[in-house]
Design a protein. Sequence first.
Length: 102
Amino acid sequence: MRRLGHHPVSWSPGDRELPDIDAAVIEPGDADGLVVARRMHAEGVPVVFTSIFPPDETLLALDPIAYLVKPFPLSALERALSEALGRPGEPDAGPAAAIVLS
C-alpha cells in the first residue's frame, strides 16, 4: 500500500468503530476478512478483494470493485484502488487511507 502512495490502516472485526478510510483491500477467505468486508460494504466503503481462491457468489454479492487472484501484478492493485477511490486512470492522484486485511 505504501509503495502505491496510500496510508495503510489496521482494523479488526472486534473494533467497534470503523476507521476513516477511503477503500478496503481484504482477503475474503479468512473468516475475519469476510466479516470486515460485509461491514465495509454495509457502510458504503469500496472493497477490493485479494485471494488465492476464485470468487464465489457470496463474495461477488458484496459488489467488490475488483477481485484479484494472487499472484497478481502490483499494477492490477493500483488500477483497482484508483477505481475504488473514484480516480480511474489516475494512480498518482494523491494518498488515501486504505484498510488492508490480506
